[in-house]
Design a protein around this ligand. Structure first.
Ligand code: MSP
Length: 642
């Protein structure tokens, strides 16, 4: 960042199958803070975000809601955009992959790669995770079926497909990692390097089994194919700059990207596929790709079915948007997974913001009105407090490099040292006594604190822009590029001014303000959980449930229980599962042995009458009794029900 005049940074474009949650907000807030810092430094900054709207996942989500994919995408994309606007995210462009210019750019890129000989036609046979929109080989799957990334069941695919010669770029990609070390943090880079070193296979980049995607360029004349959603999506980073259009001035000005910010789950696409596509297109590679970790809630993975997903708007409404921004960036080291706990948020607000920073402003306002009618004159700061001032400047000089390395939590931690130093100096100097002996030194002390607040407000403004404007207003300057140069780069001391009284910036939080969520336990045997208010679940939610055919090998009564039978069921896993089922009133054990049943295979094991039950049988019950659901014809054990 330091040596370039322009700065182009991006967030991932968000899938429109879901509303924005804290993970999306996190990526976007990091990017927004970095963009604001670059602008403050006077860089010509371009900050891109948007929505990823094509693919099977979106097509199916729309269908489940009785909407066309476009109607559905318009609706959800609109919600993302309004949320970012409400959060005052300073994006320069919000791209949608359904934009005509984007689609044209994708076709153009496809054509160039094709003409270069990097794309060939073949047949794809393998497994596909719709949720991650990712292809997997058999060996990559868990239990030969489940997606290694998200754990959901994959689907078998066999279809004609165009392939991209990813393998051709293996060496060049490895060289790029070595020469430019573009991946942040290093630990994540090592994972990617190992993955590439294990060998890259060519990548299937078109699909024929659904329609919701960018069509291939006319020159290829193969209308049943649409472009694979990740190729389509990654290209947004250049189509947003006009790639493939009549006007490529932005492309010339801003490409290559200086920083792609992504979550760790999508680093592979950005650090392997993306550079390969760019090499094929003859374009420069991004300077940095930074991957952050994932957020959990109170130590638990967030999921809709647990009801513990955090809505960023609720948090911002309850605690203040900028407090929320500070918390997210300060709480977790970039790259590590983070846990959202309301207590941690309250502690950050009460300790860091209210006690350290807010208190400092209150103290200086209070003292200056008590002793000097609100006047603050910094002319003697260096005479009395040169050591403190130098210490502050040393800390401030160390901040920018931390930002380049995306060590934002460290940046904030270090910044807080200057506020602590100011509070400690007040404590040590006891101005309430000092004023009696040495008013000149007391004024210098106020000057020192004012200058610390001045420096601090510039450095904190990318994260808390409005709050820092309030500090600046109180101390009679503006936070802008000219003043950044004056105070931060050239280290000027504040001119004399009258401090303005302000409301406390960070009222203390006495008790939790969010609606308390109780993490729902896994649904019990008979309780059917309603997922949404309208009872509708998405196809993805449905596929979260793994249903399989099994054969009952052993059945016996559970003593002392009127209802339960203990079964051992073969699900083709090489061992039988014990399932305790409440069907004793309707089936005798001998009726069951050798018959087939339908089993919910991915239920969390539960204890019933002291016995572990590792699944649940599907059955229907009405006034005519209970009947198990069974296949019409015998099926192999473990056959999935879809
Ligand atoms: N559409 C793709 C990205 C294409 S970019 C060319 C996609 N979209 S996403 O909506 O599923 O995810 C977007 C971002 O949100 C990812 O960076 C992902 O890591 C992040 N997060 C989603 N859940 C998250 C948490 N619980 N915590 C932190 N970030 C996580 O992937």
């Amino acid at each position: 960042m330091s040596d370039c005049k322009k700065f182009y940074l991006t967030t991932p474009i968000y899938y429109v199958n879901d509303v924005a949650h804290i993970g999306h907000a996190y990526t976007t807030i990091i990017a927004d803070s970095v963009a604001r810092y670059a602008r403050l430094k006077g860089m010509d900054t371009f900050f891109l975000t948007g929505t990823d709207e094509h693919g099977q996942k979106i097509e199916e989500a729309a269908k489940a809601r009785g909407k066309t994919p476009k109607e559905y995408a318009d609706e959800v994309s609109g919600k993302f955009k309004s949320l970012w606007d409400e959060f005052e995210i300073s994006y320069d462009k919000f791209i949608r992959t359904t934009d005509e210019e984007h689609k044209k750019g994708v076709q153009k890129a496809f054509e160039i790669m094709f003409e270069k000989g990097d794309i060939y036609k073949g047949e794809y046979e393998g497994n596909y995770c719709v949720s991650c929109e990712t292809f997997f080989t058999e060996t990559q799957l868990i239990d030969k079926e489940f997606c290694p990334d998200c754990g959901k069941p994959t689907r078998k695919l066999k279809e004609e497909s165009y392939f991209f010669k990813l393998s051709k770029y293996e060496k060049d990609i490895l060289n790029w990692y070595k020469e430019k070390t573009p991946i942040i943090p290093k630990a994540k880079a090592n994972e990617v390097i190992r993955f590439v070193e294990d060998g890259l296979r060519d990548l299937s980049i078109t699909r024929t089994s659904f329609e919701w995607g960018v069509k291939l360029p006319e020159s290829i004349n193969d209308p049943k194919h649409v472009v694979y959603v990740w190729l389509d999506a990654l290209l947004n980073y250049i189509t947003a700059l006009g790639y493939g259009s009549d006007d490529e001035t932005s492309m010339e000005k801003y490409w290559p990207a200086d920083l792609h910010i992504v979550g760790k789950d999508i680093l592979k696409f950005h650090a392997i596929y993306w550079p390969a596509f760019l090499m094929s297109l003859g374009l420069e590679l991004p300077k940095n790709i930074a991957a952050h970790g994932w957020w959990t809630r109170d130590g638990e993975k967030m999921s809709k079915s647990k009801g513990n997903v955090i809505n960023p708007k609720e948090v911002a409404d309850a605690y203040g948007l900028e407090n929320f921004r500070y918390f997210m960036l300060r709480e977790v080291p970039f790259g590590a997974d983070g846990d959202f706990s309301e207590k941690a948020l309250i502690d950050r607000i009460n300790n860091d913001l209210a006690n350290e920073l807010g208190n400092l402003l209150n103290r200086i306002i209070g003292m200056s009105y008590k002793y000097f009618d609100g006047k603050i004159d910094s002319k003697d700061v260096k005479k009395y407090y040169l050591k403190e001032l130098e210490e502050v400047e040393t800390i401030l000089d160390s901040l920018e490099p931390l930002l380049y390395e995306m060590q934002i939590h460290k940046y904030l931690e270090e910044l807080w040292k200057v506020f602590s130093l100011a509070n400690k100096t007040i404590q040590d100097e006891k101005p309430w006594e000092l004023i009696k002996e040495n008013p000149e030194k007391t004024m210098a002390l106020l000057g020192l604190v004012a200058n610390i607040l001045n420096r601090g407000s510039f450095m904190l403004s990318p994260v808390m822009p409005k709050t820092m404007d309030k500090i600046a207003d109180s101390l009679n300057y503006k936070i802008d590029t000219v003043n950044y140069e004056k105070y931060i780069k050239n280290k000027n001391i504040l001119d004399e001014f009258i401090i303005k009284k302000t409301e406390p910036l960070f009222p203390k939080i006495e008790k939790p303000l969010l609606k308390q969520v109780e993490v729902k336990k896994e649904p019990k045997e008979e309780t059917k959980e309603v997922k949404n208010e309208d009872g509708i679940i998405t196809i993805d939610e449905f596929f979260n449930v793994s249903l399989k055919i099994g054969t009952v090998k052993v059945a016996e009564e559970v003593k002392k229980s009127k209802k339960l039978l203990r079964l051992e069921v073969d699900l083709g896993e090489g061992r039988n599962r014990q399932i305790v089922a409440g069907i004793k009133e309707f089936y005798s054990p001998e009726d069951l042995v050798g018959t087939q049943v339908a089993v919910v295979a991915n239920l969390k094991p539960a204890k019933l009458m002291g016995m572990m039950s590792e699944g649940m049988l599907l059955a229907a019950k009405d006034e005519n009794g209970l009947h198990l659901l069974r296949p019409e014809a015998p099926k192999k054990e473990g056959t999935p029900i879809k």
